[in-house]
Design a binder for this molecule. Structure first.
Ligand SMILES: [Zn+2]
Length: 279
């Protein structure tokens, strides 16, 4: 907890190695509890109060896995610590009703966000109208949307995540989070967020670009355009260990010249606004 009594919220964590085969085993109930316990230990060690937890397997909310997960969190009194963000099938038009029903069920169980991952879900432009249905549903249910948007090569200038954000931001008034700050396309992410006030930028995995970008200079520029109110602390734990990542970020935010209340905004206060806890 910071002195200013704002919780530290990591807006981008994963329960276990963030790869689908592991997650698929998790939702078959094998080791689900152990993985969440491990995540809680890692959060405690890093001084993180709440985790927006990404569930990357679309199967979580098609069957009973999601129900078991939520029941476990209730039983263990973990609901205050985890905020779940589920991923749903990218569907063909005739499957829309089923998928949107899964979203409704998940929201009914307390899932707060929808994750869109163009790489894992192999999203193409042909899917955009269906994504729009998903995002409209999120708007109706008061959910937020996290879009994976990361590239680290300037040679292949391609960032489908940012194209998705540009498309959906114009069409629905939900909080849209650009995950990993757009990677090498940070400037494009910032300019998009300048155009649409419902876009937020999560800084997870971003510090991996340290060897390619002057991150402090880049971040200072981004904050000068958007203000501190539009950035979220996130780590992408466990691919970036939350404890180290948080230290690295705090160091950078200080070097950028932010004061304590401003740092508290990025570390948790802005997230409270996205989660609807504060205005
Ligand atoms: Zn991630």
């Amino acid at each position: 907890m910071s002195k200013i009594d704002t919780p530290v919220i990591d807006f981008h964590m994963h329960p276990g190695p963030p790869w689908l085969p592991t997650e698929r085993r998790l939702h078959k109930a094998v080791n689900m509890k152990e993985h969440l316990e491990q995540l809680l230990l890692d959060m405690d060690r890093a001084g993180i109060d709440r985790a927006v937890t990404m569930l990357l397997d679309e199967g979580w909310f098609q069957g009973n896995a999601g129900k078991r997960l939520i029941a476990l969190c209730k039983k263990e009194l973990w609901d205050e610590r985890f905020i779940f963000c589920g991923m749903f099938d990218i569907f063909r038009p005739y499957e829309a009703n089923d998928v949107l029903m899964n979203v409704e069920n998940a929201a009914g169980m307390g899932v707060r966000g929808i994750k869109i991952h163009p790489v894992l879900q192999r999203i193409t432009k042909a899917d955009f109208p269906n994504l729009q249905l998903l995002v409209r549903k999120a708007e109706e249910l008061g959910m937020f949307v996290v879009v994976h948007a990361y590239s680290e090569t300037i040679e292949e200038y391609d960032n489908m995540g940012l194209e998705i954000v540009a498309y959906i931001a114009a069409k629905a008034n939900v909080p849209i989070i650009i995950a990993h700050a757009g990677g090498i396309d940070f400037s494009r992410a910032v300019i998009l967020a300048q155009r649409f006030s419902n876009i937020m930028i999560d800084l997870s995995y971003f510090y991996k670009l340290e060897n390619m970008l002057d991150l402090n200079m880049t971040l200072r520029w981004g904050i000068s355009i958007l203000g501190v109110g539009r950035f979220l602390f996130g780590s992408d734990h466990p691919s970036c260990q939350a404890a180290q990542y948080k230290e690295r970020m705090l160091e950078s935010l200080k070097e950028v010249g932010l004061n304590e209340p401003e740092i508290a905004m990025i570390m948790g206060k802005n997230a409270l606004r996205v989660l609807g806890v504060t205005k």
